[in-house]
Design a protein around this ligand. Structure first.
Ligand code: SF4
Length: 512
């Protein structure tokens, strides 16, 4: 039984004798990352706004216990519903471990009437839920805030777990594997302007820079837009969250004003996949700094960067500009649908240097279909050009191409691990002696695991189950060996990728 509680503002503790439904919101990774995600705040506030429901949070790491809630140490198995948000493929291990720690049978078929209903949502299961069907009772396919109230109503009114699941299976935007549906429709909200936005957000009462401090620091998370106005061939968001929906600037200002009365912070973190989709971004950033607030903006598309916008972001305390050129060469970038010129990138970095930015973060992908040696060499060439004559620190992030289900590259194999490794080494070697440039990359073996989980079918549930009991990279290898299921070669199997797609059950989005 955990003892020390995390001190937080705005955590909600209800008398559970006065509610009908207990909901455990679970983030299967660290507290810090979970509390950085807007989904945690949306679902927590939305559910606790209901008088009949108590929602408490669970995290895999950096909490007193992964099987007990942060608020009151409520055991996970005491909830009527537990909902997991899977942002990254490998989070599935954390989910299985949390179920285990929390006394909930890991396999859906072993659960009985006394056990919670296990839900899963988030981008990972939205693109391909099939690898996880052994562990999940119901998947939320699409935007959870469209169906969660219906799920709570059903559970509150049902007399049995089985009966509740049967009714949940009939909801749009829900996939209950045991109900064996022939198809599932993704549910997407038409307009987000009037939809609920959390204003009393939880803030951990920890010192600046502490391990539990969210990634953007103590800030108020402001959801500016959902989806993206672009559709890069490799990008999951660009495919499964369409269409782009943007909040009006009037509503955004209103949310900030109410939010800062209820949340004890002085920093606004703008949240969107493509923040430049807000036409009035410069006005909003300017308005925020004139309120004497700090501001944090995520990665910006280089072609929306203006002098005025950067001046506001710097005045609001931002010191690092993040841009994702994705490729070194303009031709490959264009072939991937990114639609961003070298000149736009160069211009954004020049403006950032003039505006007073101290550092730039650049993200690239290697191993994309059609990539040549020249394309890879173009990455260090671009970085050198951008660093030349400027005193900016440049951090270069290299990610191997991970083919994702539901994207236009879903049938493209991931290159062999040695090939990816060679490409990464080429970039590292060419940038080794460039002053103020630092290169970080994702291990191609981890990228291979992510790709296998993204493209896999139900058979890999066995591998996942084993890997969760071992953990780490070697755990996946051991699980592959013991199950005799070719997990590591899955995303590189060209023939297999031409066959039936395991996620074909998910149909086009329905806009509600
Ligand atoms: S990579 Fe960025 S711009 Fe392209 S579709 Fe994804 S979110 Fe949009």
């Amino acid at each position: 039984m955990p003892t020390a509680r995390i001190r937080e503002f705005n955590a909600v503790i209800k008398d559970i004798r006065k509610v009908d439904v207990l909901f455990g919101y679970c983030y299967p990774s660290t507290y810090r990352v979970g509390m950085t995600g807007l989904a945690t705040h949306i679902f927590y506030s939305m559910l606790n706004a209901r008088e009949d429901t108590s929602c408490e949070r669970y995290f895999r790491y950096d909490v007193p216990s992964p099987g007990h809630s942060v608020e009151t140490a409520r055991p996970l198995h005491d909830n009527h519903i537990v909902g997991f948000s899977l942002t990254y493929e490998e989070n599935i291990l954390g989910m299985i471990q949390m179920l285990d720690f929390g006394g909930v049978p890991v396999l859906a078929r072993d659960r009985e009437d006394k056990h919670p209903i296990v839900l899963a949502g988030g981008p990972v299961v939205n693109s391909n839920p099939e690898p996880y069907v052994d562990f999940v009772d119901a998947f939320v396919i699409g935007e959870g805030d469209l169906v969660l109230h219906d799920i709570i109503d059903i559970v509150r009114e049902s007399i049995s777990r089985e009966g509740a699941l049967e009714k949940i299976a009939l909801l749009k935007g829900i996939y209950v594997p045991a109900a064996n549906p022939s198809s599932v429709t993704r549910l997407i909200m038409k307009d987000i302007d009037s939809v609920f936005h959390p204003t009393a957000q939880i803030v951990p009462d920890v010192p600046v820079g502490a391990k539990l401090e969210p990634v953007f620091g103590k800030s108020f998370l402001l959801e500016v837009a959902r989806g993206c106005g672009h559709s890069c061939k490799f990008c999951l968001v660009g495919h499964i969250c369409q269409p782009r929906r943007v909040r009006s600037i009037g509503r955004l200002k209103e949310i900030i004003e109410i939010g800062l009365q209820e949340t004890p912070v002085r920093k606004i973190a703008l949240i969107a996949s493509s923040i430049g989709d807000l036409k009035e971004l410069e006005d909003l950033a300017d308005w925020i700094v004139t309120q004497d607030l700090q501001i944090s903006a995520p990665s910006l598309r280089a072609d929306i960067v203006t002098e005025g916008l950067l001046a506001s972001l710097v005045a609001g305390g931002q010191r690092t500009l993040t841009i994702a050129p994705e490729t070194g060469s303009e031709s490959l970038r264009s072939a991937m649908g990114k639609g961003l010129s070298d000149d736009a990138i160069e211009n954004a970095v020049s403006l950032a240097a003039q505006a007073g930015y101290k550092a730039i973060k650049l993200y690239f992908i290697v191993g994309l279909p059609g990539e040549t040696d020249e394309d890879v060499e173009a990455i260090p060439e671009m970085v050198k050009r951008l660093s030349s004559g400027r005193r900016l620190r440049i951090s270069v992030g290299i990610n191997p191409f991970i083919p994702k289900a539901q994207t236009r590259l879903q049938r493209n194999a991931q290159p062999p691990i040695e090939v990816i490794r060679y490409k990464i080494r080429t970039v590292e070697r060419d940038l080794r002696n460039v002053p103020r440039v630092n290169v970080e990359s994702l291990d191609p073996r981890n990228a291979r695991i992510q790709a296998a989980l993204s493209l896999g079918d139900r058979s890999i549930g066995k591998v996942i189950r084993r890997a969760a009991s071992y953990d780490g990279l070697s755990g996946w290898r051991r699980a592959e060996k013991e199950t005799n299921i070719p997990f590591f070669s899955l995303a590189n199997d060209v023939q297999r990728l031409q066959g039936t797609l395991p996620w074909s059950i998910i149909k086009k989005a329905k806009i509600a």
